[in-house]
Design a protein around this ligand. Structure first.
Ligand code: RUB
Length: 311
């Protein structure tokens, strides 16, 4: 697949969800590196830019590209080999992290639980499927997740493995929250101060959960933590087209539409973040970025150099 087709698949959301986007970008970078014959550095930089310009919010894409672009080598062949190895390492990180998160997360959900989830997170779903696999009886409330209806994908994926699922409209969360034992969602980005950026509506779910004293859990691989936020960068919230929300007739009347695709849940609403290195409080985000992602002792300037082509 050529680079522009791949980028369009992410932009149009044919490939979506923070983990899938990151893994797909790694596959595309690898495939592209295998085709490059000359000007390897420039060509891979160009590929990075094209992929990074697709969707702005999920830091997993940035972390994937940043990881892969730290290839080393003198000759083009050495560089290619190093890049391909790093892309493959990243892909196996995605796969193994999700398996580990499922094992850790399963223990946090009791037999007989009713779980509410929002949008379609492959990581949250991996946990829910694991709970079902080990024989606990569970039920899931899945929100529709307007305007793109990712909740339908969630409902289908859970139903296909025999899990009880009830689909609700996004605005029914407060109505059903008293029947729910825990909320489990995925993440697009976790900031240095432990805030969660995830599908629009997540913060309303968190608000309802807090008021009803229902635990709010996040399933997120460590590559969803944002190094850039250490230096004060704000996470860019993607605004998508009005056509996703409103029919043509309304738009023609001059009705304005806002369509933010993500929102921010402050850390005080989050009970635990289940990562592949453990179930941690959101306050640990800083250490995940510093120690796990290897930004130990790095200065802002070094981060800028490291990622200058991604801004
Ligand atoms: C998807 C979304 C998901 C996260 C986590 O948004 O918000 O909750 O990406 O998913 P979109 P995963 O559909 O706009 O990409 O756990 O699969 O990484």
């Amino acid at each position: 697949m050529d680079l522009l087709t791949a980028a369009e698949k992410i932009r149009s959301m044919e490939i979506r969800g923070a983990s899938r986007i990151a893994k797909f970008a790694a596959e595309v970078m690898k495939e592209h590196a295998l085709k490059v014959r000359e000007n390897f550095d420039e060509e891979m930089l160009r590929a990075s830019q094209i992929l990074l310009n697709t969707r702005p919010t999920a830091v997993s894409l940035f972390n994937a590209i940043n990881y892969i672009m730290r290839y080393r080598g003198e000759s083009i062949e050495e560089k290619r080999e190093s890049l391909v190895n790093r892309a493959e390492e990243f892909i196996s990180w995605v796969e193994s992290a999700q398996r580990r998160i499922a094992e850790i997360g399963e223990k946090r959900i009791k037999d007989g639980s009713k779980i509410l989830t929002h949008c379609n997170s492959s990581t949250a779903i991996a946990v829910i499927k694991k709970v079902h696999e080990v024989g606990k009886r569970i039920e899931v409330f899945a929100t529709e997740s307007r305007p793109r209806w990712q909740g339908h994908i969630t409902a289908k994926q859970l139903r296909e493995v025999g899990i009880e699922v009830t689909l609700i409209v996004d605005s029914a969360v407060r109505h059903v929250i008293s029947e729910v034992d825990c909320v489990l969602v995925g993440a697009d980005t976790i900031t240095a101060n432990g805030a969660l950026v995830n599908k629009i509506g997540t913060s309303q779910v968190a608000l309802c959960a807090k008021e009803a004293r229902v635990p709010f859990m996040v399933a997120a691989e460590t590559f969803k933590f944002s190094p850039k936020t250490l230096f004060g960068d704000l996470v860019q919230i993607e605004e998508r087209s009005a056509e996703e929300v409103a029919p043509k007739e309304l738009l023609e009347l001059g009705v304005k539409v806002r369509n933010p695709a993500f929102d921010v849940t402050p850390r005080s609403y989050i009970d635990v973040i289940i990562t592949e290195i453990g179930a941690i409080p959101p306050e640990m985000a800083y250490f995940v970025i510093k120690e796990r992602l290897g930004y130990t002792g790095i200065t802002e300037e070094e981060l800028r150099i490291d990622t200058r082509h991604y801004d």
